[in-house]
Design a binder for this molecule. Sequence first.
Ligand code: SF4
Length: 209
Amino acid sequence: MQSTPSTDTTFTHTLVYDIRRSRYINLTSRCTLRCQFCPKHNGSKQVAEYDLTLSKTIHADDILPLLGDVSAFEEYVFCGYGEPTLNLATLLTVAAELKQRGAKVRLNTDGLGNLFHRRNILPELSKYIDAISISLNADTEAAYIKHCQPKLPKAYAAVRDFIKLAPQYINSVSVSAINGLSEVNIEQCRQIAINAGCHFTERQLDIVG
Ligand code: SF4
């Protein structure tokens, strides 16, 4: 598929972008983590050829005109150099529209949405999200703090709780960790995912998308 970024007409933010047969939706630059391996903390907000810099709050009305023909895409993915659940109202409105049009919808998340919102947001997500990919990133709290530098206390416990809870609400739950991070045991990460009833995805350092 031709990968063409879609931008709205009033500003030049890349709000949706295509990789292979998926359309990605960029909702926010804000994040609950400051991962030391994140390209945005190393001078780049680029995924493939797309610059994901955002300098304003994104609303559903910004995204809805850019969804395109849902039959042309295998799935729509909420993802970006930010945590999509931090813009929860927009996420839910856009996801509801996608579901209504018959699209398959996936959320890529750091799994800290419940901690941030101080409630279980999975029942809300489960109405419109078919699949969820959760970044675990580490098998110990010490390694998680070292590599992900969470902004909120008790973040590692929160992502572990989210991983345990998610399969109760979402049909397809995948947990990922990155092979190549120091002090991270990738096999322990795999075990954490499998014990929670999730699929495990091993990512490689410096490969995005
Ligand atoms: S969770 Fe993702 S966007 Fe946020 S800092 Fe980490 S790698 Fe970057």
